[in-house]
Design a binder for this molecule. Sequence first.
Ligand SMILES: *[C@@H]1O[C@H](CO)[C@@H](O)[C@H](O)[C@H]1NC(C)=O
Ligand SMILES: *[C@@H]1O[C@H](CO)[C@@H](O)[C@H](O)[C@H]1NC(C)=O
Ligand SMILES: *[C@@H]1O[C@H](CO)[C@@H](O)[C@H](O)[C@H]1NC(C)=O
Ligand SMILES: *[C@@H]1O[C@H](CO)[C@@H](O)[C@H](O)[C@H]1NC(C)=O
Ligand SMILES: [Zn+2]
Length: 310
Amino acid sequence: MGMLTYTGIYFLLLLPSVFCWGKQGHFAICKIAQGFLSKDALTAVKALLPEYADGDLAAVCSWADEVRFHMRWSSPLHYVDTPDFRCNYKYCRDCHDSVGRKDRCVTGAIHNYTEQLLLGVHDLNSKMNNNLTEALMFLSHFVGDVHQPLHVGFLGDEGGNTITVRWYRRKTNLHHVWDTMMIESSLKTFYNSDLSSLIQAIQSNITGVWLTDSLSWSNCTADHVVCPDPYASESIELACKFAYRNATPGTTLGDEYFLSRLPVAEKRLAQAGVRLAATLNRIFTSNPSDLTRLNMHNGGHRSSNNIEIV
Ligand SMILES: *[C@@H]1O[C@H](CO)[C@@H](O)[C@H](O)[C@H]1NC(C)=O
Ligand SMILES: *[C@@H]1O[C@H](CO)[C@@H](O)[C@H](O)[C@H]1NC(C)=O
Ligand SMILES: *[C@@H]1O[C@H](CO)[C@@H](O)[C@H](O)[C@H]1NC(C)=O
Ligand SMILES: *[C@@H]1O[C@H](CO)[C@@H](O)[C@H](O)[C@H]1NC(C)=O
Ligand SMILES: [Zn+2]
C-alpha cells in the first residue's frame, strides 16, 4: 500500500504543468463576462451555479482545472495541438486527443457543453440527464482556455510546456509564462497586486478604446450559437507572432518580451469575457423560436490562412 501511494505521488510530480490561464486569468474572464450578461442569461446562470459560488460565475471559473486529475477524461479538453510550425488550425485535422479520438479538444468541448446547455435549457433532452451545472462550469472555463494563445500551440512542444525559459530570474516554461507569470507580473507592476483593478482597466477598454472592435468580437457567423474555431485560429496566429517569437529554449524573457506581449494577453482576456457573455446570452435567450435559426452542428469549420512562423 505504502509503495502504491508513493508511486502515485511520484507520478503526479512528473506530470507536466499543463494548466490553462491561471486562476487569476480565468477569474478575470468570468468577471468580465458576467458584467455583459443579459437579464435572462444572468438569471439562468445564477440558477445553475453551485450554492458556494454565491451567484458569482468567476468563483467557479477554475473548477475545470481543479477536477482535471480526478476526471482524467477531461484533461485533453483544455487545449488543441496543431502541427509544428504551421501557424494555423483546422478542426478536422487538429481536434482529437493523443490517441486520435475525434472532438476531444478544447473546441470540441465548447461545442459539446454549449449543446448540452441548449438542449437542457429548452428541455429537449429530459432523458439525457446532463449535469448542466458542470456544463456551465466547463463551458466558461474552456472559452477562456481557447483564447490563451499557447492553448492552441504546437504538438511537438506541447503548447510551450517543454520550452524551458527564464521569466526574469525564475526558471519556468513558456506555457506557464502565458498562463500565469505574465498576469502576475502585470498585477505587481501596474495594479498594486489588485486583480479587481486589472479587471476594471480591461472593462473600461472594452467600452472605451476597443469599443468598435469589441462590438464585433461577440458575433458568430451564420447564426451559430457558439463559434470557437475562429478563436482557435486567432490563438495559434498570436502564438506564432508573439508567444513563440524570441522565446526559444533557454532564453531569458524580461522587460522587452513582457511589455510587448502583455497588451496581447490583456486583449485575449477581454475577448474571452465578451465572447463568453455573448455565447451564454444566445444559449439562454428567452425566445426559443430563435432556436430554429440556430445551427449547433460542427459542420463548416473555418481555418486561418497559412502563416509561417517568423
Ligand atoms: C461531452 O460532455 C460529456 C459530459 O461531461 C463528457 O462525458 C464527454 O467526454 C464530453 N465530450 C467532449 C468532446 O467534450
Ligand atoms: C452536478 O455537478 C456538480 C459539480 O460536480 C455536483 O456538485 C452535483 O452534485 C451534480 N448534480 C447532480 C444532480 O448530479
Ligand atoms: C487599455 O488600452 C490602452 C490604450 O490602448 C492600453 O495602453 C492599455 O494597456 C489597455 N489596458 C488594458 C488593461 O487592457
Ligand atoms: C456584429 O454585429 C453587429 C450587431 O449586429 C453588427 O452591427 C456588426 O456589423 C457585426 N460585425 C461583424 C464584424 O460582423
Ligand atoms: Zn483549462
